[in-house]
Design a protein around this ligand. Structure first.
Ligand code: HEC
Length: 108
């Protein structure tokens, strides 16, 4: 195999995987997974995997009445014992994790 051929092969593999991940980012199931993994990593310590744990005064997400935009604001800026996430998560991650948190009330 010639050097040039190897290079071309390598470059085409890179561009294929790059376009593949871009196409995936818009799929709803990928977004839902992202919200779920962010919740498990960042929120479950206080809110639990099912949203009803109440560590350090956390409120039950299964009983929350907050609309989605207020959840996003709360996750962004924090409130009392709840830390702000604006320096830890991107705006997109905050949006997705808020949507995930919003859904716990339906599982009550
Ligand atoms: C250190 C513990 C802690 C972590 C981590 C945490 N929370 Fe909270 N959360 C709280 C506390 C405490 C409150 C209650 C705030 C208050 O009103 O005094 C709260 C309240 C909330 C509420 C409002 C419920 C309501 O109806 O008032 C939502 C929604 C929420 N958290 C979502 C999240 C999400 C999403 C994450 C992860 C990005 C997260 N929390 C991470 C402690 C935490």
């Amino acid at each position: 195999m010639g050097q040039t051929f190897k290079l071309v092969l390598f470059l085409s593999m890179v561009s294929v995987s790059a376009s593949f991940s871009c196409a995936n980012a818009d799929k709803p199931e990928i977004k839902a997974e992202k919200g779920e993994s962010t919740f498990k990593n960042q929120c479950s310590i206080c809110h639990g995997f099912s949203g009803n744990k109440q560590l350090s005064g956390a409120k039950k997400l299964t009983e929350s009445m907050l609309p989605i935009d207020e959840i996003e604001a709360l996750v962004t800026h924090g409130k009392r014992q709840m830390p702000p996430f604006k320096n830890r998560l991107t705006a997109q991650e905050i949006k997705l994790v808020s949507e995930y948190a919003f859904k716990f009330r339906a599982s009550k």
